[in-house]
Design a protein around this ligand. Structure first.
Ligand code: RIB
Length: 338
């Protein structure tokens, strides 16, 4: 039988799940009529606040931790805002931990989250994070990993199908007649970056083409890397006619360098990015990109974590949820000039 959830009570009482949580936990004042409506809804639905899990963890802190690699990157800033909104709606505060792509700093933050006994953690890792995750899960802290993969026995995982997204992005350039395609990648060893390149190589191979290794430039997902990478590509004796930049922050830098060097985007050179950050439609030319389902990823990661926090099921089954990106064609790509 489906377990009645806080969401069911909120719907029946016509209030938010945060209000239901405040009535149950007494964490905020609720007007009496509303309080009575919530109590009536709990009674009618037979809802029992799951206090067992909370007491097992010697009282909840009503706080969740969120680890991100770079808070200044608009993709992470966006998903952090969405996760914070969902947490707040459910009566949770969110502690943002910015690892700055520094594994030592990430480890320190893991220690802090354990020490503060946060109720759960959404983890987007700076790089190889197995040891950090093993310490978190060993401490009994519920964890959901987003964006970057880890072995399933460690945590629930919400990912994008990056290989398929790379395949679609390259397919768009190939459909425009481009054959000499370059890539500016994310940091070495970061799964989503490597998988996007693999998808690009698969799309090219299907058309009898090969991604020239000398046109795969290492980046780090920052604007600076895009500025530098495009400088390198355009200084080549035979520049590419299209560049797949593996995130929008770098794509913005790349377009800026192209303009400075008198290379017109898209007339002389097509550029496609990845993420569809808020700035993507506002740059000139507006950026063609692969849109990530950020809201869906935030909802699934946070919803799954809150379920895990409230579950007393000692046989919890970790899940892997894979989402898809969508091609958004704007102005920065065009047919190759013959
Ligand atoms: O822009 C940051 C990138 O790193 C995004 O593409 C996201 O997938 C993360 O892995």
């Amino acid at each position: 039988m489906k377990r009645t959830t806080m969401k069911d009570v909120a719907r029946r009482a016509g209030v938010s799940t945060a209000t239901v949580s405040h009535v149950i936990n007494g964490t905020r004042h609720v007007e009496e009529p509303t309080r009575q409506a919530v109590i009536a809804a709990m009674r009618e639905l037979g809802y029992q606040p799951n206090s067992i899990a909370r007491s097992l963890r010697s009282g909840e802190t009503k706080t969740i931790g969120l680890m991100v690699p770079d808070a200044s990157n608009l993709f992470f800033a966006d998903i952090a805002r969405r996760i914070e909104n969902i947490g707040y709606e459910n009566g949770y505060s969110v502690i943002l931990c910015n690892s700055d792509n520094d594994l030592a700093k990430q480890q320190e933050y893991v220690n802090t989250l354990i020490a503060k006994q946060v109720d759960g953690v959404i983890f987007i890792s700076a790089g190889e994070s197995r040891e950090d995750l093993e310490r978190l899960t060993a401490s009994g802290t519920p964890v959901v990993v987003a964006d970057r993969d880890v072995p399933l026995h460690l945590a629930d995982v919400v990912l994008l199908d990056n290989e398929a997204a790379g395949y679609v992005a390259a397919g768009h350039l190939l459909d425009l007649g481009h054959e000499r395609i370059a890539c500016i990648t994310g940091p070495p060893g970061v799964g989503p970056s490597m998988q996007r390149v693999t998808g690009c190589q698969r799309a090219m191979a299907e058309r009898g083409l090969r991604l020239d290794e000398s046109l795969i430039l290492p980046g780090d997902f920052t604007i600076q890397a895009g500025l530098r990478g495009m400088e390198t590509l355009l200084d080549r004796p035979s520049p590419p006619t299209a560049v797949f930049v593996l995130n929008d922050m770098m794509a913005i830098g790349a377009i800026s360098t192209a303009r400075r060097k008198g290379c017109r985007v898209p007339d002389d050179l097509s550029v496609i990015g990845f993420d569809d950050i808020e700035l993507a439609p506002a740059v000139n030319p507006a950026l063609t990109t692969m849109a990530q389902p950020v809201q869906e990823m935030a909802e699934i990661a946070t919803g799954r974590l809150l379920e895990k926090i409230h579950s007393s099921d000692s046989n919890w089954e970790n899940e892997q949820i894979i989402l898809s990106a969508e091609l958004v064609v704007r102005e920065s790509t065009a047919a190759r000039k013959s």
